[in-house]
Design a binder for this molecule. Structure first.
Ligand SMILES: [Zn+2]
Length: 254
């Protein structure tokens, strides 16, 4: 029924609110399990087509080390597989692409941990090569971000990569068409609606944040009150767009 988007599951303080604590994460998983939900990877989830009644796909963007340290270990205890969207150009490095976090820098996962998660049944997707807003790139740069990230992941994992999470949840028709051309089978966004593209290339996700109570989590997995949450999420997406404006300017290429 819903595709959830997490970024960090960490005990550390950071300036963003796109984090949940490990305790909060565990309580959310237990809550959903008690309500009879089952969990799938994004490709499994999308293969159910019209039967999304009690399914959840958990996705993690950016490939932070804390996902292995906390989320992977928690989900393992429940036998749950999730989806990790990796920025191959930043594997094993610090998140210098994010100017929002100020002086606090976070480590990305290394290949060893990513492989272990993949071997445990997690789906690994692309989050582009260097986390730039794909809608602002020319065709040559766009092709590179889509193609190089997919190829590098496939080579490292020895397994096909089917899904892309567009950085900042930003995509348009040109980006979706290019993704299909490069062999992706689906793409996930955040709150923003993208029109005139096949549904599978603009799969909406619901973001989970530090301030979400269990009551809010419940509404999100049952897709209740979504108008309000989507408005809030657009605001959060806009804030994270600050990074893009600083690094790439305001011009959007159609
Ligand atoms: Zn991201």
């Amino acid at each position: 029924m819903s595709v959830l988007a997490y970024h960090m599951v960490d005990t550390r303080f950071d300036w963003g609110i796109t984090r949940v604590t490990p305790k909060q994460f565990r309580r959310q998983i237990e809550f959903a399990l008690n309500r009879g939900f089952t969990f799938q990877t994004i490709s499994e989830y999308l293969s159910y087509e019209n039967d999304h009644s009690k399914h959840i796909a958990i996705t993690f963007d950016d490939g932070y080390k804390s996902i292995y340290d906390y989320a992977f270990k928690i989900l393992k205890q429940f036998g749950i597989k999730a989806t990790l969207f990796v920025i191959p150009g930043f594997v094993g490095q610090r998140n210098t692409w994010d100017v929002n976090i100020g002086w606090l820098k976070f480590d990305h996962l290394g290949w060893h941990d990513i492989k272990e998660m993949h071997d445990a049944g997690w789906e690994i997707g692309s989050h582009s090569m260097s986390h730039r807003d794909l809608t602002r790139l020319d065709n040559r740069e766009l092709d590179y971000e889509l193609d190089a990230s997919k190829m590098l992941l496939e080579r490292r994992l020895n397994s096909p990569v089917h899904v892309i999470s567009y950085p900042f949840g930003n995509a348009n028709r040109r980006v979706c068409e290019a993704s299909a051309k490069h062999g992706y089978q689906a793409g996930v966004v955040m709150g923003k609606k993208i029109t005139h593209v096949p549904e599978k290339f603009a799969v909406p996700r619901i973001g989970l944040y530090l301030l979400d109570s269990l009551k809010i989590f419940e509404q999100k997995i049952y897709l209740k009150n979504m108008r309000a949450y989507r408005t809030l999420q657009r605001f959060i997406d806009l804030c994270s767009d600050g990074t893009v404006v600083v690094k790439q300017g305001l011009k959007t290429k159609k």
